[in-house]
Design a protein around this ligand. Structure first.
Ligand code: TNX
Length: 529
């Protein structure tokens, strides 16, 4: 009503309406911050606003550049960096002797300044992602923004509940080019996701160049589910993805799935099943270095069955292969984790599976990294620091915890973004569940099993398997809005989360997705005006 009165009395246009700052307490921030305190007044961003650096410049400058390129397209502002200033400034501070944990940040807003403070660049970056959500939705578009950018005064203090907040993209079942992966990185970084797990190999395709085993890509990358052309990342391209992710404070976790899910490797280096017609190229691979159990490997596979392939866990050459692949991956991967798969090895005997997973972990340790593996890996002895990714069986998560190891939580019934929203969803599978937006939100990692407690949990990850996903628009549709829900489960304390608040914030949030041109699912769980 007060806006209406203003409009009539002063004859102001719609644009001026947007000139009024939304009070800080009415923010729509996702994931929800730890605390928000509102104050009188607001800050107005102008072309004259200066960006002040306080503290370690090498941590601050990259974040300032990100902020400048966030503001420019929709405003045309060329915000300048300065050493000091008090009025009309945004201060980026790396606190010396900070009490803040990595990733934690605070934002103080008054009439003259906004101050973002953190103990490291990652914290400042998280602060920027919050700040962008305090600006009009039009900031997400390159069209010129109408009206002023005003931000309500007050203070936000925020830190993540879990250190690992992940998204997984399956590039094996369908291959996605580097540009799509970068697009996904852009999207998830807005929700404070800080790990990108790439599922780089499976029965249907091998997607990363390994120089010491060239046929993996020369043969093993050449197709995908449904028979399309497939593809792979050269080592240079993979490094480019890793660096791009790093620039957004995201750590890449590469996965080579073993000893099952290996038909693409076996099609390249295995004794193929003689009952099956061998394509021209497959024939080249015959018995060079044979990783397989005789006659089990098929030529390149384009279906979606799981659990039919295995490396031969008795052969020395198999461990030479694992060593070479992990060594080359480690050279390209600055992050702490190498994911060695271990799921659904249904044709590997448990007595073979266990020593294989132990040897594979030892190789990861030898090269200075920690292993991640799907929950079945907990049947093996886990190396210190190895993490089991709980996707199906709580009892496996408990096996890991009983060994003193942590779990990464990805229950298929809550976090699998390839699951259909409901029975009418035109993409996806539903073997685990239909996962509507509220299903993806209304759960907590500490409620999965009595034995899985907060301190046992490294974090939460949402995997997007790609049997049915072939292009960027489909990735977006299965990710959003559910990724926002999982991001809040991973970032925000259980006590601060509730569906009513989340769904209200999310609904307003969709204006940002419209501005970005995102192909998101319009969940009936939200009331659409
Ligand atoms: C199970 S989750 C799998 C994947 C499939 C997925 C499809 C897991 C560790 N294995 O191989 O792509 O289901 O939803």
């Amino acid at each position: 009503i007060s806006n209406l009165i203003l409009l009539t009395i002063f004859g102001l246009g719609i644009i001026s309406c947007a000139d009024k700052a939304t009070p800080l307490s009415e923010n729509n921030i996702i994931p929800k911050p730890l605390s928000v305190t509102e104050a009188e007044g607001s800050f107005t961003l102008t072309n004259e606003t200066k960006l002040v650096t306080l503290g370690n410049a090498s941590e601050i400058n990259p974040v300032i550049e990100i902020f400048q390129s966030l503001i420019k397209p929709s405003t045309g502002f060329d915000l300048q960096k300065v050493e000091s200033g008090e009025s009309n400034v945004i201060v980026f501070e790396i606190e010396s002797a900070s009490q803040k944990s990595p990733g934690e940040y605070s934002i103080s807003i008054d009439e003259n300044s906004i101050k973002i403070a953190a103990s490291n660049g990652e914290g400042l970056f998280n602060g920027i992602q919050t700040l962008r959500q305090l600006m009009p939705a039009g900031i997400e578009s390159s069209s010129k923004l109408d009206g002023k950018i005003k931000i309500g005064a007050g203070k936000i203090e925020d830190k993540p509940e879990y250190a690992y907040r992940g998204f997984m993209l399956d590039v094996a079942r369908h291959f996605f080019p580097v540009e799509d992966v970068k697009h996904v990185i852009d999207l998830v970084s807005k929700y404070k996701i800080n790990f990108l797990h790439l599922h780089l190999s499976d029965d249907q395709g091998w997607r990363i160049e390994i120089k010491s085993w060239p046929l993996l890509t020369e043969i093993g990358s050449k197709t995908e589910v449904g028979g399309g052309e497939g593809g792979f990342y050269t080592q240079e391209q993979y490094k480019d993805i890793v660096a791009y992710a790093q620039s957004k404070f995201i750590t890449v976790v590469p996965e080579i799935d073993m000893p099952g899910h290996t038909n693409s490797a076996l099609a390249a280096y295995g004794q193929l099943n003689p009952g099956i017609t061998v394509p021209e190229k497959g024939a080249v691979a015959f018995d060079r270095k044979d990783l397989g159990v005789d006659g089990m490997a098929t030529p390149l596979y384009t279906g979606i069955e799981v659990g039919f392939s295995t490396l031969d866990t008795d052969k020395d050459i198999t461990y030479q292969f694992v060593d070479d692949v992990i060594r080359e991956l480690v050279e390209l991967t600055p992050g702490p984790y190498i994911h060695i798969g271990g799921d659904e090895s249904l044709v590997t005997e448990l007595e073979d599976y266990i020593p294989f997973m132990e040897k594979a972990q030892a190789i990861v340790t030898k090269y200075g990294k920690k292993s991640l593996g799907w929950d079945e890996i907990a049947h093996a002895r886990l190396e210190p620091g190895a993490v089991a990714q709980y996707w199906a069986k709580a009892e496996n998560a408990v096996l890991a915890i009983n060994q003193g190891n942590q779990v990464l939580v990805s229950p298929a019934t809550k976090t699998y973004l390839d699951m259909q929203y409901d029975s009418t969803t035109y993409l996806g599978l539903h073997w685990a569940a239909y996962i509507e937006l509220d299903d993806a939100y209304n759960w907590d990692p500490t409620e999965l099993d009595a034995a899985v407690k907060k301190e046992n949990i490294l974090g939460v990850e949402a995997p997007l398997w790609s049997e049915t996903i072939t292009e960027r628009k489909e990735i977006e549709f299965m990710m959003f809005p559910r990724l926002a829900a999982i991001a809040e489960v991973a970032w925000t304390k259980k006590e601060l989360r509730n569906w009513e608040s989340f769904s209200e914030r999310l609904k307003k949030h969709t204006a940002r997705w419209d501005a970005m041109g995102l192909n998101y699912y319009k969940s009936p769980k939200l009331v659409w005006e």
